[in-house]
Write a protein that binds this ligand. Structure first.
Ligand code: PGA
Length: 246
């Protein structure tokens, strides 16, 4: 059985004070034993505080990126070892905002994925098509290529050590969520590409997940949880999504 997983991607949002408040609200609202795993990915500078505030809770945390390098003269980058030192479980890699604004190629994303699994940090690999690609019926090609770059580098066994997040670019931050059926189609395709090795790999959906859309998405066979942006910045909304996955 795959464990339902809900991950909050805070992006470059929340001040230090808001981070403290959010984490306090989440740990209080998510106490006790749960089937679903809940994780948050705050900005780098708040990870140490996050570790401290979540120490007594059952919420885990991760980073929004990781360097492909182990160590060295890479100004501004953060290595997998450093993130593990802080207590991170996850690292998001290949988010569409990094692919677009930082020009990250699928090959670079694959290097980051590899750097994470080599150290035992769990990468959350984001894949997804743009609106134009969907309209040109290229969804499976694009998602397939993004996955294959990582499979070529890490093998199917390597990919199975991570989590995959299907995030259609047109649904991110737009309020336009894929329907459960649209998402399920792509999730089933991803599951097929991952092969038998990927049977236990969590495949999350991301893109405007809200409390009122979460349950229908999670009811789909191959949707194991969500990567949540906007709604993860509101304690009640995020907790409602977590409950829907539980
Ligand atoms: P959103 O972001 O929930 O605000 O659409 C999701 C993401 O970018 O991971």
């Amino acid at each position: 059985m795959r464990r339902p997983t809900v991950v909050g991607n805070w992006k470059m949002n929340a001040s230090f004070a808001q981070t403290t408040e959010l984490l306090a609200g989440l740990s209080e609202g998510w106490s006790g034993v749960h089937k679903a795993e809940v994780a948050v990915c705050p900005p780098y500078p708040y990870l140490a505080k996050t570790a401290e505030l979540l120490e007594q809770s059952n919420i885990v945390f991760g980073s929004q990126d990781v360097s492909q390098h182990e160590s060295g003269a890479y100004t501004g980058q953060v290595s997998a070892d450093m993130l593990l030192d802080l207590g991170c479980k996850y690292a998001i890699v290949g988010h569409s905002e990094r692919r677009e604004y930082q020009g990250e190629s699928s090959e670079l994303v694959a290097e980051k994925f590899e750097a994470a699994i080599n150290k035992g940090l769990t990468p959350i690999l984001c894949v997804g098509e743009t609106q134009a690609e969907r309209e040109s019926e290229l969804t499976f090609d694009v998602v397939g290529q993004q996955l294959r770059a990582v499979i070529d580098r890490c093998g199917l066994e390597g990919v199975a050590k991570g989590v995959v997040a299907y995030e259609p670019v047109w649904a991110i931050g737009t309020g336009l969520s894929a329907t459960p059926e649209m998402a399920q189609d792509v999730h089933a395709y991803i599951r097929e590409v991952l092969g038998p090795e990927g049977e236990q790999t969590a495949i999350l959906y991301g893109g405007s997940v809200k409390p009122d859309t979460a349950a229908a998405l999670f009811a789909q066979q191959d949707i194991d949880g969500a990567l949540v942006g906007g709604a993860s910045l509101k304690v009640e909304d995020f907790l409602a999504i977590c409950r829907a996955a539980d």
